[in-house]
Design a protein around this ligand. Structure first.
Ligand SMILES: [Zn+2]
Length: 405
């Protein structure tokens, strides 16, 4: 990024306007959090935010995946602008089911509500960005289009479906973005430039089942699953810190007095290193094979089977802390009086990072914790700092004459 216009005085009154809008922004955030958006069923929240963007003058479109997209085009002469866009993404979905009570509870400065921070905060910040980028002072200085994208399917089994669709479509149109910024959750100092890759699988053990007394020698899928879990626990100890593997769900058996016909376990494997992810996947398969072999030993004729089904696959990738995009984010962080911190996470930024497109994820201000649980909370006290950082960064990248890849 060659120039940072964000230090220029024209931006100061604009930032002050948004600082004064803290209460309004928080109201939007609460309204967003109270609108259910389970992964795969984001349409109500998507429609609400689409309407909001339309109301502030954007031509808003939806793509095949259900992403909500607004494209902000520069007003300066085409000859002076670049065609590759900057893209900002925020995910619409939450990990919560449709029937999760989205009750808002205030305790001191903390607001409790599932999804209030992740990604209520990021989405509220996108409402602000949609307005900031419509401002004539900003549009007149834009050197490239900016695409604002609200993505579906970021969480869990969504597998970054929305972001993947957007980057596939952009590649098909020949519009590879100069950089991507995912706006995800609260925060005002971390810069995620390491994308944690993950592989999620279900191992299903099946056998013929039988009476627990009369067919006592029948291989037992629940026993095999148990042996497999014990071995995976040892693998988990051996893999840390470069890779993590966890059994996250399990199920098995049908009757109290019967040898089960089926058991399954779900695994979540994560690493920054794609090679290590592959190695761990291979180890897990060997462990499952061994568990089935051991359980079938006694009754060769009635062997047990196992299958491994992929539930999730998120690519890994990274840029280093000297990359111009990370440097630009660090300078926006310092501009608001915070010390930048490198971080790793799994966000919509995984998709561009795995394709060699510079990308980071940043928070949208405020603090919070317990994301992905019913006790998630958010504190709006100093939220203007992180919001201002996001605005400064997006404006700096949008108005820079050249953005280095
Ligand atoms: Zn998130």
């Amino acid at each position: 990024m060659t120039t940072t216009d964000s230090g220029k005085h024209w931006l100061t009154p604009l930032l002050a306007t948004w600082r004064a809008q803290r209460a309004w922004i928080f109201e939007q955030q609460v309204a967003i959090a109270r609108t259910a958006a389970p992964t795969g069923n984001e349409s109500e929240r998507a429609a609400m935010l689409q309407q909001d963007w339309s109301n502030c003058g954007h031509a808003v479109t939806r793509d095949g995946a259900g992403n909500v997209i607004a494209r902000v085009t520069p007003t300066m002469s085409v000859a002076r602008t670049a065609s590759a866009p900057l893209v900002c993404l925020a995910h619409l979905d939450t990990v919560f089911r449709a029937d999760e009570p989205l009750v808002v509870r205030q305790e001191g400065t903390r607001t409790y509500c599932p999804g209030i921070g992740d990604n209520g905060r990021g989405l509220a910040a996108m409402s602000v960005l949609a307005r900031v980028l419509q401002h004539p002072e900003v549009r007149a200085r834009l050197h490239r289009p900016i695409e604002l994208v609200l993505t579906v399917g970021e969480e869990g089994e969504g597998n970054l479906r929305g972001a993947t669709q957007w980057f596939d479509d952009a590649a098909a149109r020949g519009h590879t973005p100069v950089a991507a910024i995912a706006i995800d959750g609260p925060g005002d100092c971390t810069i995620v430039h390491h994308a944690v890759g993950s592989r999620r699988v279900r191992i299903t053990f099946t056998g013929v089942g039988g009476h627990s007394w009369a067919n006592a020698m029948t291989p037992n899928p629940v026993h095999a699953a148990g042996a497999c879990i014990a071995a995976i626990a040892r693998l988990a100890d051996a893999s840390r810190p470069y890779g993590v593997v966890a059994v996250t769900r399990m199920h098995g058996g049908e009757h109290l007095t019967g040898i089960p016909t089926q058991a399954w376990i779900d695994l979540d494997m994560r690493s920054l290193d794609p090679t290590r992810l592959r190695t761990m996947s291979g180890d897990v398969e060997r462990i499952a094979r061994r568990a089935v072999h051991d359980a079938s030993q006694q009754q060769g004729a009635q062997a047990m089977q196992f299958t491994i089904t992929t539930l999730g696959d998120r690519p890994a990738g990274m840029i280093d802390d000297q990359h111009p995009l990370v440097v630009a984010a660090a300078s926006a962080t310092r501009a608001v009086g915070r010390e930048p911190q490198s971080a790793s996470a799994s966000t919509d930024a995984n998709v561009p990072l795995s394709r060699g497109i510079p990308a980071i994820a940043i928070g949208a201000g405020g603090t919070g914790s317990a994301a992905h649980t019913a006790n998630e909370w958010y504190d709006d006290t100093e939220s203007t700092i992180g919001l201002e950082r996001a605005i400064r960064l997006v404006v700096a990248l949008g108005t820079a004459e050249r953005v280095a890849r």
